[in-house]
Ligand binder design. Structure first.
Ligand code: OSB
Ligand code: MG
Length: 373
């Protein structure tokens, strides 16, 4: 498809409530969007890099730079036919997977529109609805946390994930389990623990957690494998899994029993499918993670979650949990059974609210026209 223009935008959107993890608090997102025009259609991609390089080495600013000066011009020069062609086009650029995913996912969005297929069908999805969980940040007190959990369970969510760190873990699990002995509960440490904490982590086994996500170093497989031998609770890797090879290494070393797939973290839909397939062949369940996305990234997360091995509820939840007003319509909503109905219209399945996006845009740049001739 001929690329007629690539526009990058930065939008500022306050979260409806701050989100705290072991690595920091986010109050307002600086969202980077790519808008790709091709043959009368517009594809959208969202960069999941954080405001700071704390989750991965990428940030809104580093991704902007790489998109504007490296990846954007490469894409414009090649005009790929398929989203699946992008990893090859971007091969020269190392890392920067969240930046790469921004463009690749927009090309898949365009391709689905061109073919008149829903993004889910184009990706090989099989589900008409997906099961949803919520990720609940660290709160200032346990009573506040319990109130939030009560509300989310009331809304139907099928799994509660608690962000944890030393000092916000066993006491919290105790109180939550005491109140709700039977709910599906998991936790996410975002690398907050070290090997000296092994005995402490063994004590998590008393809380019947579905998984503990990324307890140790962000780039580790070996020590997670040692830890998994000591604890019953299944380890889920998030930060460590950058691509299919990492999934294979983790499976081989038994570093985890579950993998969280995030489109940005693995570089886009193509690699997400490859991780999904590798995990499936090795009996590792996967689920779709979230990065506090707006509706555009959320629509893409919904589409990938329809693949067969996404067998656990994801961190893909309703727009209203994050935003006063989402930039898509309709907004993403969750049924009382805790599911999202997957749209079956061509492309991403949600309309983009262009006027709202224009209003929220604080920075806008077009990839050099030189590269577009
Ligand atoms: O580790 O899963 C994570 C948000 C930002 C960075 C990392 C993570 C998260 C979440 C939020 O857990 C998931 C969501 O989008 O609701
Ligand atoms: Mg995580």
């Amino acid at each position: 498809m001929k690329i007629d223009g690539i526009i990058l935008r930065e939008l500022h959107l306050p979260l409806v409530r701050p989100f705290e993890t072991s690595f920091g608090v986010t109050r307002e997102r600086r969202v980077l969007l790519a808008e790709i025009h091709s043959e009368g259609l517009t594809g959208w991609g969202e960069c999941t890099a954080g405001e700071h390089p704390y989750f991965s080495g990428e940030s809104t600013d580093s991704a902007w730079q790489v998109l504007l000066h490296e990846l954007g011009p490469m894409l414009a020069a090649e005009s790929p036919e398929h989203g699946g062609d992008c990893p090859r086009l971007f091969r020269k650029v190392r890392g920067n997977r969240m930046a790469k995913a921004t463009l690749e996912n927009a090309i898949w969005d365009l391709e689905a529109q061109r073919e008149g297929l829903s993004l889910s069908s184009l990706l090989g999805g099989v589900r008409e609805r997906i099961p949803c969980g919520v990720s609940i940040g660290i709160q200032s007190s346990i009573p506040e946390l319990l109130d939030i959990i009560e509300k989310e369970l009331g809304a139907g969510y099928q799994r509660i994930k608690l962000k944890c760190k030393p000092g916000w873990d066993v006491e919290v699990f105790e109180k939550v389990r005491h109140r709700w002995p039977g709910i599906t509960l998991s936790c996410d440490a975002n690398s907050a623990y070290r090997l000296r904490d092994v005995d402490h982590l063994v004590s998590f086994d008393g809380f019947d957690l579905l998984m503990i996500e990324q307890p140790l170093w962000h780039d580790d497989f070996y020590f997670h494998s040692m830890l998994q031998k000591r604890i019953e609770t299944p380890i889920c890797l998030d930060e460590s899994i950058r691509n299919r090879r990492d999934a294979l290494a983790a499976a081989e070393m038994e570093s985890c029993k579950i993998i969280n797939i995030k489109l940005g973290r693995v570089g886009g839909f193509s690699e997400a499918i490859a991780v999904h397939n590798a995990a499936q062949e090795r009996g590792i369940a996967v689920w779709c993670g979230g990065m506090l996305e707006t509706g555009i990234g959320r629509a893409h997360n919904i589409a990938i979650s329809t693949l067969p091995n996404f067998s656990l509820p994801g961190d893909v939840s309703a727009s209203a949990r994050y935003w006063k007003e989402d930039i898509i319509e309709p907004e993403v909503t969750v049924t009382p059974q805790g599911e999202i109905e997957v749209p079956d219209t061509p492309g991403r399945g949600y309309d983009v609210r262009y006027d709202l996006i224009e209003r929220l845009t604080v920075r806008k740049e077009t990839v050099s026209a030189m590269a577009l001739v």
